[in-house]
Design a protein around this ligand. Structure first.
Ligand code: ACO
Length: 371
C-alpha cells in the first residue's frame, strides 16, 4: 500500500514521460523546452493524439478542423446565461461541459469528438467570463490560431504576435503531465466506458482542488498578501509555524525545479514591465529562493503561470479554467489511449474496520438522544 499511490505504476502510456530527478518533461519523445519554443497548441494537440508531429498537409487540415469547431450549441450558451453572476468559474465550466455532452453530435467519431471538445472549451471559458462581467461576447474566429482566438474572445481584440506566442507557451506547457490527479481521474472514468464529456468533466472536478490546478489562483492571493519582497521571510515563518503548505511549491514527481516553472520564469522576466509587475516578480523570486534554501522545495508550474496570465489580461478567477483549456488535449489523449486498450480501473483497499459486529435492532442500541 502506498498512501496517495506514490510511485505506484498504474498503467502504461506512450504519451508523456517525466524525469523527476533531472527535471525533464517529454511529450511523445519531444522535450517540453523544444516544444514551448517552437511549437503551438494545435501541433501539440496533434502530437498527443497521434504520437507523432504532423506533416504539412496534415497540420493545416487538423488546425482548420480545430479552429472551425468552436461554436457552442444554443443550449450550452443558455445554460451559462442562466448562472448566478457570482458562480464559481470551475463549477460553471463543469455545467457547460455536461451540457455539451447533452448536445453531442452523434455523427462525430472519437477524434472528431476530441477536436470538438478541445475547441469548444476554448469558447466556453471566455463566454463564462463575458456572462459574469457583462462584457460583449464575440463569436470564435476561424482565421485565428487557437491561442489568438482565446485572447480575442476574452479581451475583444486580436492579440499582438508576442501575446499569441505567450499564450501558446502556456497552453503547450499545460497540455499534458502523465498520470496527475485529473488525468488519472479521466482515465478511471473512461475505463468504465463512460463517454468523453463525462471523463473530461471528472478531470475538471479533480483539477479544481487547491492541491492541483487551483493552486495558481492562491499564489496570486499570496503575493498580494505579502506585499513586498521584504515581507517574504515573515510570511514563510508564520506558514511554517502553522504547518501550512505554500501554494505553487512542491510536486509528487519532481525532486528538482519543474521545467515548466523554469520556462515560465524566463518569460516572466521578459514581460515584467510595470512597477507592480516587477514588485510581484521580486516577491515570487524571493519566495522561491527561501523555499529552496530553507526546505529544499521547488516551485511547480502553478507558481509563475498566474503572473503570465495576468500580464495577458486573464483575471485571477479564470486561472484554473485556463489551465483546464490547456490540459484538455492531454486529458483527451489519455481518454483515447484508455479506450484503445481498456480494462476497468478498480484497485482494492486495505480494510481497517471491524469484521464481526452483530446487527442490533435500533430500539435496543441504548444511549438514545432526545431531540
Ligand atoms: N509547502 C510547504 N511544505 C511542503 C509543500 C509546500 N507547498 N509541498 C510539500 N511540502 C512538504 C510537506 O510538508 C512534507 O514535509 P514532511 O515530510 O516534513 O511532512 C513533504 O514536503 C512532502 O510533501 P507531501 O505533501 O507529502 O507531498 P505530496 O507528493 O503528497 O504532495 C503536492 C504534492 C500536493 C503538490 C504538495 O507539494 C502541495 O500541497 N503543494 C502545494 C499545492 C500546489 O502547489 N499544488 C500544485 C501542484 S502542480 C499541479 O498540480 C499542477
Amino acid at each position: 500500500m502506498s498512501k496517495g499511490l506514490e510511485d505506484v505504476v498504474a498503467g502504461t502510456s506512450a504519451i508523456t514521460f517525466i524525469d523527476g530527478v533531472r527535471g525533464r518533461l517529454i511529450y511523445a519523445g519531444y522535450d517540453i523546452s523544444d516544444l514551448a519554443e517552437h511549437s503551438s497548441y494545435e501541433e501539440v494537440a496533434y502530437l498527443l493524439w497521434h504520437l507523432r508531429l504532423p506533416k504539412p498537409g496534415e497540420f493545416e487540415s487538423f488546425a482548420a478542423d480545430l479552429r472551425s469547431a468552436g461554436g457552442l450549441p444554443l443550449g450550452v450558451l443558455e445554460g451559462i446565461d442562466d448562472l448566478e453572476l457570482e458562480c464559481d468559474t470551475m463549477d460553471a465550466l463543469e455545467m457547460a461541459i455536461a451540457a455539451l455532452g447533452i448536445y453531442d453530435d452523434p455523427r462525430l467519431d472519437t477524434l472528431g469528438k476530441a477536436a470538438s471538445i478541445a475547441s469548444k472549451i476554448g469558447t466556453i471559458v471566455p463566454y463564462i467570463h463575458a456572462h459574469k462581467t457583462g462584457a460583449k461576447h464575440h463569436e470564435p474566429r476561424k482565421d485565428l490560431s487557437f491561442a489568438s482566438n482565446l485572447l480575442y474572445l476574452l479581451n475583444g481584440r486580436e492579440p499582438d504576435a508576442f501575446s499569441e506566442k505567450l499564450m501558446n507557451v502556456l497552453l503547450v506547457l499545460h497540455a499534458d503531465h502523465e498520470l496527475n490527479a485529473s488525468t488519472f481521474t479521466a482515465r478511471v472514468v473512461a475505463s468504465t466506458l463512460s463517454d468523453m464529456y463525462s471523463s473530461v468533466n471528472a478531470a475538471i472536478a479533480a483539477l479544481k482542488g487547491p492541491l492541483h490546478g487551483g493552486a495558481n489562483e492562491r499564489v496570486v492571493e499570496m503575493v498580494e498578501r505579502i506585499g513586498s519582497p521584504e515581507g517574504v521571510p515573515r510570511f514563510l515563518a508564520e506558514k511554517f509555524a502553522n504547518k501550512e503548505k505554500i501554494m505553487g511549491f512542491g510536486h509528487r514527481v519532481y525532486k528538482t525545479l519543474d521545467p515548466r516553472a523554469r520556462i515560465l520564469r524566463g518569460y516572466a522576466g521578459r514581460i515584467a514591465a510595470t512597477r507592480a509587475e516587477r514588485n510581484d516578480l521580486a516577491i515570487l523570486d524571493r519566495l522561491a529562493d527561501e523555499m529552496v534554501k530553507q526546505k529544499n522545495i521547488y516551485p511547480n508550474v502553478d507558481f509563475y503561470s498566474g503572473f503570465v496570465l495576468h500580464h495577458l489580461g486573464v483575471p485571477t478567477y479564470l486561472f484554473t479554467p485556463f489551465f483546464a483549456v490547456g490540459r484538455t488535449p492531454g486529458w483527451l489523449a489519455h481518454i483515447m489511449e484508455q479506450y484503445s486498450n481498456n480494462r476497468i480501473i478498480r484497485p482494492i483497499a486495505e480494510y481497517t474496520g471491524p469484521r464481526d459486529e452483530r446487527y442490533v435492532p435500533i430500539g435496543l442500541r441504548g444511549g438514545s438522544i432526545t431531540p
